[in-house]
Design a protein around this ligand. Structure first.
Ligand SMILES: C[C@H](O)[C@H](O)[C@@H](O)C(=O)CO
Ligand SMILES: [Mn+2]
Length: 418
């Protein structure tokens, strides 16, 4: 039986529950995932002055074929994008600037250093998102940046973040879709602090200065990303969840939740409805923490489906900017992007194909038996046939056949790199 016939049969099973499969497909086609460029080169970037990764994050593995130039990274991203259904965005970091061999300090970077990325995005008709890089730098060597006691260091990073917002604005203007410029900082302490408040006051003041520069939200949207702990900041992180949630809500900024930045038993899916009740915007970094913020490739697990369900059930597909954030150097890096992004899209399709309205009604009536029974039965509905049809409709390989293309690319391109 062909994919089309399988799809028709599957569609009927969903339609028996009043689910409009064509509409679900249409909704998914409008979702743009922000795909992080840093999976492609283990967060090395292209700065002329090469620096070690720091900031309490780490990439492990040494799978061959890593992108070493902007051209290679763009080619790898293009390969990955060709295997993922739909139109997506690419998320850049400041360290991916192209400065023509000249060492440019981070507080001096400019939109022009990202012209090649913008030209590339124009050709692909995709949007770009952005992040200042407040790690892997001598001015962040003690693990403090925007909350640093030294004003000179704080000012350096404030200037960097302002420049990054201008770069985001440039992306938005050139590409016709607002960039999300996300601030994440590593600031924290390894051991129990004697004063938690003062660094937080400094971070608040630094953010106020960064956002005092007026940039039209038509072009650039600002988000702030919290964290629970990092390597070397186990006891205290200045930009905690409570800090940034309060900051975002009181300053009309977007709160960004990274799924690896909470206690291991805490679920980000459970936070989405609460935030959306008080804000009309939210951003996510979907990752997979394994025992800690390990940034494993996203898999089709319970929490991913639950996050997708929360976005769909609450009609929030247009309110939530969904991004990915993982970096695994132990497997083919293009496969990592494809696996993670396809899984996220699968989870959204799964959520769109649930009888969400009916399930809500069951809960309101207190019929928890039917609620549980249906939620479980839908796990084995013929979802795979709808997914295959979706891939076919969007001209990308179905099932695992995309892997053959990655293998060919590995043989013809990656294996020839130094
Ligand atoms: C490289 C990213 O900006 C970084 O992963 C950040 O988003 C983060 O999640 C740090 O743990
Ligand atoms: Mn993140």
């Amino acid at each position: 039986m062909g994919a089309r016939e399988n799809y028709e049969i599957a569609r009927k099973s969903y339609e028996n529950w009043g689910i409009d499969v064509e509409k679900a497909i249409e909704q998914l086609e409008n979702v743009s995932i922000s795909i992080h460029c840093w999976q492609g080169d283990d967060i090395e970037g292209f700065e002329v002055t090469k620096r070690e990764l720091s900031g309490g994050i780490d990439v492990t593995g040494n799978y061959p074929g890593k992108a070493g130039t902007p051209e290679e990274l763009r080619a790898d991203l293009e390969k990955a994008l060709s295997l993922i259904p739909g139109k997506h965005r690419v998320n850049l970091h400041a360290i991916y600037a192209e400065t023509d061999g000249e060492a440019v300090e981070r507080d001096q970077i400019e939109p022009g250093h990202f012209k090649n990325w913008v030209d590339w995005a124009k050709r692909l008709e995709i949007g770009l998102d952005f992040n200042p890089t407040l790690f892997a730098h001598e001015k962040a060597s003690d693990g403090l940046t925007l909350a640093h006691p030294d004003k000179e260091i704080r000012d350096f990073w404030i200037r960097h973040c302002i420049q990054c917002r201008r770069i985001g604005e440039y992306f938005g203007k050139e590409l016709g879709t607002p960039a999300l410029t996300n601030i994440w900082i590593p600031d924290g302490y390894k051991d129990i602090p004697s004063d938690r408040l003062t660094p937080r006051k400094r971070l608040k003041e630094s953010l106020d200065q960064i956002f005092a520069v007026n940039i039209d939200e038509k072009y650039n949207i600002d988000s702030v990303e919290s964290k629970l702990f990092g390597i070397g900041s186990e006891a205290y992180v200045v930009g905690s969840h409570e800090f940034y949630l309060a900051y975002a809500l009181t300053n009309d900024k977007v709160c960004l939740l990274d799924t690896g930045h909470f206690h291991p038993t805490e679920a980000v899916s459970n936070k989405i409805s609460s935030i959306l009740l008080f804000s009309d915007k939210l951003a996510l970094h979907i990752s997979r923490p394994v025992r800690w913020d390990s940034d494993h490739v996203v898999i089709f697990d319970d929490e991913l489906r639950e996050i997708a369900l929360e976005i769909v059930r609450n009609d929030a597909l247009t309110k939530v900017r969904i991004g990915l954030d993982f970096f695994d150097a132990s497997i083919n890096r293009i496969a990592a992007w494809v696996i993670g992004t396809r899984n996220l899209l699968k989870a959204l399709l799964y959520a769109l194909l649930m009888p969400n309205k009916y399930l809500k009604k069951l809960q309101e009536k207190g019929n928890f038996t039917d609620r549980l029974a249906l939620m479980e039965e839908f796990k084995t509905y013929p979802f795979g046939a709808i997914w295959d049809y979706y891939c076919e409709k969007n001209h990308v390989p179905t099932g695992e056949s995309w892997l053959d293309e990655v293998k060919i690319y590995e043989k013809e391109v990656l294996s020839k790199r130094n």
